[in-house]
Design a protein around this ligand. Structure first.
Ligand code: DHB
Ligand code: FE
Length: 291
């Protein structure tokens, strides 16, 4: 049985990739953001995951507006990136786990999530930046990555978008699938993007500290309460790109045990974004034993 060790939520702004390439982690602008990863590194070194299941949204590298699945699951043996046009270095390939991917896909479809299955899938900055933040030495060397990944795409780009409740349920189905996986893998679940930001239109530059704080407070122990917000309310409260919080809801849904927040870092701004980094521990089986 796979063990879900915990969850990580992180912003995925492309300019982070440029800051890494230029070694600017300690510059006054960047330090408040990058220091949020000290705890992530400490926790990952102890949690020792074998696989990262990454909920993210593609921004036009693999899918485009002509064909855009609501939910897509990677089933590749390897994932490559490509030049997205942000002026950041293209990150090196990372291995996948097709056997685990197909197990997740089988469970999702049995649970009536009719996902798109991708045996080839380019991963964009919404996966590569979080990987570089979580495992910086592997990202910048030829050393093997310490994890394999299963990328799961959620459409946060072209309306209609899936609801917060639907994404929470998607995550729960993934959590259930992981718990029934026959191999003894340690799995970290990652949700990328957010928090509040809007890149375009009359409200470009919009952030909402109060709403972000509410989301970060509620998602730990009461994620269900956030499902009262419709997608249109979420756009209004968090910005047109702040809806990337859907990836965080799926991540939270996949944590099936007792969830506690071990670390939170929140900083405005990183580019146009209110940046957040969290680490959630998932104590599997605690509730069942206590009952
Ligand atoms: C920015 C934020 C994003 O989530 C993204 O995908 C691209 C750019 C930004 O704040 O610049
Ligand atoms: Fe984004």
């Amino acid at each position: 049985m796979a063990t879900i060790v915990g969850g990580i939520g992180t912003t995925h702004v492309p300019s982070i990739g440029k800051a890494i390439a230029e070694g600017k982690q300690n510059d006054p602008y960047w330090k408040p953001f990058f220091k949020g990863f000290d705890y992530v590194h400490y926790w990952l070194a102890r949690a020792k995951p074998d696989v990262a299941v990454v909920f993210y949204n593609d921004h036009g590298l693999n899918f485009f507006l002509d064909k855009l699945p609501t939910f897509a699951v990677g089933a590749g043996a390897e994932y490559r990136s490509a030049d997205e046009g942000w002026g950041i270095p293209v990150s090196r390939p990372i291995g996948g786990d097709p056997d685990l991917s197909w197990h997740l896909i089988n469970t999702l479809v049995a649970d009536e999530f009719d996902v798109t299955m991708c045996q080839e899938m380019l991963i964009d900055h919404a996966v590569t930046i979080p990987l570089a933040l979580m495992w910086p030495s592997a990202a910048s060397s030829t050393k093997p990555w310490p994890v394999k990944i299963v990328p799961i795409e959620i459409n946060t780009v072209q309306h209609p978008l899936p609801s917060l409740g639907r994404c929470l349920k998607l995550g729960r189905s993934i959590g259930k699938a992981l718990e029934s996986y026959r191999q003894d893998l340690r799995v970290v679940v990652v949700g990328t993007g957010g928090l509040s930001h809007q890149l375009d239109g009359a409200r470009a530059g919009f952030v909402n500290k109060e709403f972000d704080a509410l989301c970060l407070d509620k998602i730990v122990a009461e994620p269900q309460t956030l499902t009262r917000y419709s997608i249109h309310e979420l756009v209004e409260l968090s910005g047109s790109q702040g809806v990337e919080f859907l990836n965080w809801m799926a991540m939270r849904g996949a944590l099936t045990g007792r969830v506690s927040e071990l670390n939170r870092n929140y900083h405005i701004p990183v580019s146009n974004t209110a940046a957040a980094t969290v680490v959630y521990e998932n104590q599997a089986g605690v509730e069942r034993k206590a009952a």
